[in-house]
Ligand binder design. Structure first.
Ligand code: 76R
Length: 249
């Protein structure tokens, strides 16, 4: 029996992880570096203007560890816009000094496990719209990872009834709610778009809260039995000034 959960989708998401080719950056002359920085700043400005007009949102973070040096997380109305941003960025002088580390394509998703159906069209509800088309918080830290729900013989999420899944999601939501005000989560669905089923993007002003929240969830049935995780990326907010400082030799 098909008991697929109804989902609502909002803005499309591109997490674009890059590394900096420091050898090439150091070998460039001052003029070339200045051009690269100007172009980078022009893009950062353009993306913040798009955000001010509520046509999308962009978050820029440096990444700690060797998986990448920074991430550009873009939310836009269409996949076409994400593609255009990616291509425009790739054409910049600055992008020539970066290499592609990882990327993730998904769409902001809300599922109806816990939705109170008041009969109204959720797409007319401003609270729902604000969650589907969120302005990304400028929190001090970001944490991103992709994940699946298991399809093993004994632990197959997709063979459970809606009621069984709803009970588990209720418990999941209750744990999450304890972190209200400390961690902001954006769940993006990626079935059909990328290699995992969801992207989880968390924002916090205290990075330790990522560990505490994810650890607590591991003991909860839905994560303990069904969750499989990809690589974790964690990083620090990059204002345009900090970005420039990071690139200073
Ligand atoms: O949308 C809602 O807030 C309602 C409750 C809720 C749903 C439906 C919710 C709450 N989540 C939902 C769906 Mn979640 N979430 C994760 C992870 O690390 C892990 O073990 C799992 C990664 C975290 C850290 C997290 C945090 N959530 C989902 C789904 C889709 C499931 C599906 O459709 O089958 C995934 C993959 C997922 C994973 N979740 C919350 C949080 C937090 C902090 C909350 C509370 C939000 C709040 O009440 O403000």
């Amino acid at each position: 029996m098909n008991e697929a959960t109804l989902t609502l989708e909002g803005w499309y998401a591109l997490h674009d992880f890059r590394s900096i080719n420091w050898a090439a950056w150091k070998a460039a002359d001052d003029e070339e570096r200045a051009v690269a920085l100007d172009e980078l700043n022009a893009f950062l400005k353009e993306w913040s203007d798009v955000e001010a007009e509520k046509q999308g949102s962009t978050a820029v973070y440096s990444i700690v560890g060797q998986k990448a040096d920074f991430v550009l997380m873009h939310l836009r109305e269409t996949l076409d816009e994400l593609n255009a941003i990616e291509n425009a960025f790739n054409k910049t002088t600055f992008a020539q000094y970066t290499t592609k580390a990882y990327s993730y394509v998904s769409v902001v998703e809300l599922s109806n496990y816990l939705a109170s159906s008041d009969g109204g069209d959720p797409m007319q509800n401003p609270h729902v719209i604000a969650r589907l088309k969120p302005i990304l918080p400028k929190a001090s830290y970001i944490c991103f990872y992709p994940m699946n729900k298991k399809r093993d013989l004994s632990d197959n999420w997709y063979m459970l009834t809606m009621d069984e899944r709803r009970d588990m999601m209720r418990s999941h939501g209750l744990i999450g709610r304890n972190y209200a005000g400390k961690v902001k989560q954006i769940i993006t669905g990626s079935i059909g778009f990328d290699d995992w089923e969801w992207g989880v993007t968390l924002f916090a002003d205290d990075a330790l809260q990522f560990k505490k929240l994810i650890y607590e969830m591991r003991f909860d049935e839905v994560s303990a039995r069904f969750a499989e995780f990809g690589s974790f990326f964690v990083g620090n907010l990059l204002s345009p000034e900090k970005f420039e400082e990071m690139l200073k030799l």
